[in-house]
Design a protein around this ligand. Structure first.
Ligand SMILES: NC(=O)c1ccc[n+]([C@@H]2O[C@H](COP(=O)([O-])OP(=O)(O)OC[C@H]3O[C@@H](n4cnc5c(N)ncnc54)[C@H](O)[C@@H]3O)[C@@H](O)[C@H]2O)c1
Length: 317
């Protein structure tokens, strides 16, 4: 086990709430400092935690110094759909916040910063099944902010030797903590609705096909990339892919487990965002450079989601 001190920003979110316990298991409880802007939720993660608004660089610098942080997982962000409701806040948190984290890491002598990027860096001009080097002309403020994070991360790596790494995640599906306002949230909401009401109204068309990943694979990727030997890395930001399916295919799989489940498709403004993203992405480089391999496919994920969510919601299906 490496002896490291890790700071996680945005730790109370969908990913952080599962990543923090896993990191604590791996690196020791006291070596993983959870932080978020939300005080109440932080208490659920248990100590050590610090309230950090990533717009407050002084606080970031103070915490990095106080705990002698080596690695930062920078998860704090405003996600795609929420970002289109409030692009100004998205700009502030995702662009200024990421800049603050990189600057605080640089002056604080942090070794590595891991930043999740997203399929939102792609846009309508991106070819389907894109690799790492492709057209990045997103149409959302969230996507723009993730392109900034990637480019700024590479800049800090080449200019200052700060080891910034990241993953272009597809939509993440999980049952422990609800998602925070992304375009792929339907792929999680549908499970809650299927179990609780037997009915779901999608906010996308039935043929909407996007890349997705089950949380255990996302957590594995976040740790594997962080631990990967830098000399093997051709890129700072890697595509990772788990599965791709249409809303209709998702419905069909859920029906195998919940036969009475019914759906409607009523696309709203989020359809436009979904349509601007590729339906799958090429993660060959991650497989070659740091041995990435997802474990979960659509059917196994759906079965596991239904089992765990019905227990959590105390509802038999
Ligand atoms: N969940 C996905 O499907 C997905 C897909 C691709 C990329 N990502 C990326 O992964 C990272 C984590 O995503 P998530 O799904 O856990 O998001 P989330 O929305 O569930 O959580 C984000 C957390 O950031 C916190 N936050 C918001 N503003 C803040 C601020 N000013 N200072 C500090 N904290 C603040 C929120 O309180 C929240 O707990 C993000 O960078 C996101 O862009 C997520």
């Amino acid at each position: 086990m490496m002896l490291v001190r890790i700071l996680v920003t945005g730790a109370c979110g969908q990913i952080g709430s599962e990543l923090v316990p896993l990191l604590r298991e791996r690196y020791g409880k006291d070596n993983v400092i959870a932080s978020d802007i939300v005080v109440e939720k932080l208490k659920m993660l248990s100590e050590p935690y610090e309230v950090i608004n990533v717009l407050d660089r002084e606080k970031l610098e103070k915490v990095i110094k106080e705990y002698d942080i080596d690695i930062i997982y920078h998860l704090a962000a405003i996600l795609s759909a929420k970002g289109e409701e409030n692009p100004q806040l998205c700009y502030q948190v995702n662009i200024n916040g990421t800049y603050n984290v990189l600057e605080a890491a640089r002056v604080g002598g942090v070794e590595k910063v891991i930043i999740p990027s997203s399929i939102a860096v792609f846009g309508p001009e991106t070819p389907d099944n894109p690799g790492e080097i492709t057209i990045l002309k997103p149409r959302t403020m969230y996507g723009i902010s993730k392109v900034f994070a990637e480019l700024a991360g590479e800049y800090y790596y080449h200019k200052y030797g700060l080891d910034v790494r990241g993953l272009r995640f597809p939509g993440i599906i999980s049952w422990k903590t609800p998602p925070g306002g992304g375009t792929t949230d339907y792929a999680v909401e549908v499970f809650y609705a299927a179990i609780e009401k037997g009915h779901y109204t999608y906010f996308v068309r039935e043929d909407t096909t996007l890349p997705m990943m089950y949380m255990p694979d996302a957590l594995k990727a976040l740790i594997q990339l962080m631990e990967a030997d830098n000399s093997r890395l051709r890129y700072r930001f890697y595509n990772v892919s788990g599965m791709s399916f249409s809303a209709r295919e998702l419905t069909e799989v859920i029906k195998k487990f919940i036969p009475y489940f019914t759906v409607e498709y009523k696309p709203d403004e989020r359809q436009k965002i979904a349509d601007s993203w590729p339906s799958r992405l090429d993660d060959t480089a991650a497989r070659e450079d740091w041995d990435w391999k997802p474990d979960w496919d659509l059917e196994r994920m759906a079965k596991d989601m239904i089992e765990n969510l019905s227990k959590k919601l105390r509802k038999r299906v």
